[in-house]
Design a protein around this ligand. Structure first.
Ligand SMILES: Cc1cc2nc3c(=O)[nH]c(=O)nc-3n(C[C@H](O)[C@H](O)[C@H](O)COP(=O)(O)OP(=O)(O)OC[C@H]3O[C@@H](n4cnc5c(N)ncnc54)[C@H](O)[C@@H]3O)c2cc1C
Length: 508
């Protein structure tokens, strides 16, 4: 019998790669390591991979959340060298080479030989985080479902108010802050909801009178698409009935509306219960952890400066990819995350196989696109600028290609048929909890940790008392069961004897 620990037969442990994040960077980086002689541990704070570009369709009832957020475990099921760990990464120790994560008070510490950090970016309220209570962002499934509830809920509340003869203008006003692709897509879709989809669903309100406003401090819509496409997008939005207000900075947000300041210093108040924040991003705070230990610089959006091969200065075993990096003015788009994480994975594999280092990372720009409404989009591919239905069909094909999973592609196409060719929205369901849970959780001091017992703190005395309670309960349950059985027999007898619906007197 051989002993695994016997000198000469002992196997060198496999190279351990930890990947932080299950977004575009995390998922594509992990997949790119499937044939490498490594063990990969993906640590992410959600159990799904999120296709962020279609979040706005979840928020406006076109797609279901499952279609754009498949479980990471299922996607990686057949990748034998990969395992998935749920956890919010709270620390990276570059000296000890460990990643620490937490979930509901449970801590995991995972050692690594190589690390790929792909934790992305969150919403930025430019130092006014309290705005988020009244103007949710659009970064997660929770955000999209909350917005869905708020948008459809606003029409419901307006209907109730109108039946009572109240002024409901503030309920039928929707303000989207930020005229980048997400803001444009949201504004366009809300306008379509009001003008087409919901038009015949209400009795006391005219949904077509809803006011949809798109506000931005910049002087144009879609700045990264250039002046020409920006101007054509603005025109298309206005045709849809969206009011576009440019050069206006939002200075305050509350339950009932928001205040903005125009370029000339004039202040204006918009009364709108539904506000959506689609302006500004801030890289994951993990860049601060990395910067503090490596001395790497951070830019204003919290993105970290990396070497041309995407490694952290002074730490060749740590790669940072996607939305977290500040390198060569790369945009925060899915293709940067995909290509940079594949590059990092290839480098890790190459090192293990003794291959020479790759050339510095080079981003291949495949183009950008944004939808405005059904059949309308704008696209940039190289020097080509496209608008209208051609751009929209391109958008459709590209997004279909990148949606993860065959099943999701089929159902997404069906939902698109329903929404774009017909008037329907198959995913309008929303619950009160979706709308209010975020604020309720924020009021708990320890967040969700307050709702579960800490690991290892199982209270045996409490358990004994609970068991006694349950025994007593069981006793009552027995009596109740006998009662129910008797009742059921009586019911059956009445049916069998044809005694139902027969007056007592006629039976006599
Ligand atoms: C609404 C919206 C629309 C967009 N539309 C487009 C578009 O049309 N085209 C385009 O190219 N790009 C678009 N983008 C941008 C694109 O989605 C991002 O550039 C891309 O997702 C970046 O990939 P990433 O892997 O760097 O980060 P992400 O995809 O954001 O992934 C980050 C991952 O890290 C996890 N994570 C974060 N912090 C922690 C932590 N502390 N511990 C553990 N896990 C953590 C997250 O849960 C997530 O899984 C859009 C983004 C948004 C929000």
């Amino acid at each position: 019998m051989t002993d695994d620990n016997t000198e000469g037969t002992m196997q060198a442990p496999r190279h351990r790669v930890v990947v932080i994040g299950s977004g575009f960077g995390g998922l594509f980086g992990t997949k790119a390591l499937r044939r490498a002689d490594v063990d990969v541990t993906m640590v992410a704070k959600t159990t799904h991979h999120l296709f962020q570009p279609l979040l706005y369709q979840v928020a406006t009832g076109i797609l279901s959340e499952g279609e754009i957020a498949p479980p990471t475990r299922e996607i990686l099921r057949s990748q034998k060298n990969a395992q998935v760990l749920l956890g919010n990464v709270t620390d990276i120790d570059l000296g000890r080479r460990t990643v620490t994560s937490q979930v509901l008070g449970r801590e995991s510490v995972v050692p690594y030989d190589s690390l790929i950090v792909a934790a992305g970016a969150g919403q930025s309220y430019f130092g006014n985080d309290h705005f988020s209570e009244f103007a949710p962002g659009m970064k997660s499934i929770d955000d999209a479902l909350e917005l869905r509830g708020r948008i459809f809920g606003a029409f419901e509340m307006a209907e109730l108010g109108a039946r009572r003869g109240e002024n409901v203008d503030h309920l039928l006003a929707f303000v989207v802050v930020g005229a980048g692709p997400t803001g444009v897509e949201m504004a366009g879709q809300i306008a379509e909801l009001a003008q087409r989809t919901l038009r015949r669903d209400f009795r006391a309100i005219n949904t077509r009178s809803a006011r949809v406003v798109l506000v931005d401090a910049a002087a144009q819509v879609l700045p990264p698409f250039g002046a020409k496409l920006g101007a054509s997008t603005k025109k298309e939005l206005e045709k849809l009935g969206v009011e576009v207000i440019l050069g206006a900075m939002v200075t305050d947000v509350d339950e009932r509306g928001l205040t903005m300041q125009h370029k000339d210093g004039r202040s204006e108040r918009l009364e709108a219960v539904t506000k959506i924040w689609a302006a500004g991003v801030q890289a994951s705070s993990l860049t601060q952890t990395l910067a503090a230990q490596s001395g790497a610089p951070l830019d204003r959006a919290g993105r970290i400066g990396v070497n041309p091969d995407l490694t952290l200065p002074g730490h060749p075993d740590v790669f940072v990819v996607g939305d977290m990096i500040a390198l060569d003015n790369l945009p925060g788009v899915a293709q940067v995350a995909i290509q940079s994480s594949r590059y990092a994975a290839k480098e890790i594999r190459g090192r293990i196989e003794g291959k020479p280092a790759q050339e510095p990372f080079h981003y291949f720009d495949k183009g950008s696109m944004a939808t405005i409404s059904r059949f309308r989009a704008v696209a940039m591919v190289g020097k080509l600028r496209l608008t209208g239905i051609i751009a929209w069909l391109m958008w459709l094909a590209v997004h279909l290609f990148y949606i993860t999973g065959f099943k999701n592609r089929i159902t997404a196409v069906l939902h698109w048929f329903v929404s774009f060719l017909g008037r329907g929205r198959s995913e309008r369901t929303s619950t009160e909890q979706q709308i209010f849970a975020r604020s309720a959780l924020a009021r708990l001091r320890g967040g969700t940790n307050d709702l579960v017992s800490a690991p290892g703190l199982y209270d045996a005395a409490h358990d004994l008392a609970r068991r006694a309670e349950l025994e007593e309960q069981a006793h009552h349950d027995l009596a109740r069961r006998a009662e129910l059985e008797k009742q059921a027999l009586e019911e059956a007898r009445l049916t069998d004897e044809g005694a139902r619906g027969v007056k007592e007197t006629s039976r006599a």
